[in-house]
Design a protein around this ligand. Sequence first.
Ligand code: AMP
Ligand code: MG
Length: 473
Amino acid sequence: MTAPGWKFDNSYARLPDGLFTRLPPTPVAAPGAVIVNHRLAEQLGLDLAGLPEGELAAVFAGNTVPDGADPIAQAYAGHQFGGFNILGDGRAIVLGEHLAPDGRRVDIQLKGSGPTPYSRRGDGRAALGPMLREYIISEAMAGLGIPTTRSLAVAATGEPVYREQILPGAVLTRIAASHLRVGTFEFAIRQGPDALQALVAYAIDRHYPDLADADNPALALLDAVIDRQADLIVEWMRVGFIHGVMNTDNMTISGETIDYGPCAFMDAYDPDTVFSSIDLGGRYAFGRQPKMAQWNLARFAECLLPLLAADPDAAVALAEDRIKSFESRYRLRWQAMMGAKLGLAGFDAGDSALIEDLLAWMRAGGFDYTNGFAALTEDSAPPGADPVWLERWRARRGDMGPAQARMRAANPVYIPRNHRVEAALAAAGEGDLAPLTRLLEVLSAPYERRAGLEEYESPPPEGAPAYETFCGT
Ligand code: AMP
Ligand code: MG
C-alpha cells in the first residue's frame, strides 16, 4: 500500500509469548470509510488525506495490514463486577505501535476486527452505532482535556452483526498510549514470575521511564499508577462522566480512559446515577467511581506483591499502605478540582462544607450538574439555587475576575448530552453524518460558549425516559 507515514516499532510483540497471540484482522466483505479523524491523523504524522478512499477503507476495516505492523491480540484477565475471568482481545487486534513525530509511541488497535483465540462465545465483531458512540465520547473526552484513548476512524464492514437485531458491522481504529490494563497484570502473574517481571519492566519503560532506577521499581510503579488513576477519576468527577464498567480489564496503567461501552454523562446531579442496564447494584454509579478505582488498584497491588519485597508480610504491608493512601491522594485532588469549579483560590478549612452543601442542594433540587456550574461561572445562580449558599460562596470567592478564569477552565459548557449523542447516531444509521460531525465540532471546544449552539447546552427534554446504556455491543 501507499505509505501514509506509518512508523511501526512493535515492542509488545517482543514480550514473552503467552501474553499475546499473533494473528491478522479478519478481512471483511465490503470496507467503507464512515468517518476519519484527519486532525488526529495529522498529529500522528499520518497523511491519510492523500490516500485513495478505497485504500483508506481497506486499512481501517482490517483488509490491508500496513507495512511494518505486527498484528496481535493481547491476553488479559479481569475482575468483572468483582468476579475474576480470563479474557483477552476477543474482538480487537493491535496492529502495532506507531511512533508519532512528537516522539509519542501509540498503539494502533482495530476494534471489531474479527474473532481471536480470546473471543470465547463472541463473534469478534462490533456494530456501527456503538463504534460511532465510542468515537464521539472519546473525542469529547479529549476535547475536555481528559486523558483518553482516541478514535482515528470508523470503517463499515459491509457485513451484518447479529445482536438482538441485525445491525451493520463496523471497525473502530483506536489510538492508545498502550493497552496495558490492570487485567494484563492479573493475567501475567498467572503465567508465572518471568512473565510478570517482564511486564512490570515493560510498563515502567513505556509509561514511567524515570522509575527504572528507583530503589524499588515495582513499588514506584504502584505509586505512580495510583497517582494517575486518582488524577483520572477526579477528571471524570469534574465533568460528570460515568464510565459504567470499571472492571479491572478496563482500567489502564497509563491513566487513560478506555473502553467506552455503557458510559454516559450525568445530567441532574445525583451520585447514585447509573446508566448501564447491567449495573443493577450500582457498583459503578457516579459517586462510587473513586471507591471502585481504589478496589481495582488493590487488585493491581496484589499482582505486584512478589516484586514488592522478599518477605511476603512486608510486601502486603507496603501494598496495603499504598492502597490506603489512595483515599488522601484522591481527596486532595478532588478538593482542588471542586475548588477550581467554584473559582476558589487555595483550599480553606470551611471549603469542604461549602462544597458539600452545594452538592446537597444540587442533588435535592435535581440541578443539572454541567449547567449549574456553568451558571455559577457567569456569576449567575441557577434558578432555585440556595440564596444563603450563594452568599457564602460569593464572600469566600471574592472578586469574580480571577475566579472566573479558574471556573472557565474547570466547567465545560458543552458535554455529549445523551439525547444529542443518540440523535447523531440515529442520523448516522440513516447515512446522514452531518449531526454527528457538528456534534464533534461543538465538543472539540467545550469550555467556550458560542452563539448559535444553545441547543447543545440543554439537558434531555422534561419527561424523557431514563437513559439506558449497554455493554459489549
Ligand atoms: P468489554 O465489556 O467490552 O470490556 O469486553 C469484555 C471482554 O469481552 C473482552 O475480553 C472483549 O474482548 C470481549 N468481547 C466483547 N464483545 C465481544 C465480541 N463481540 N466478540 C468477542 N469478544 C468480545
Ligand atoms: Mg474491555
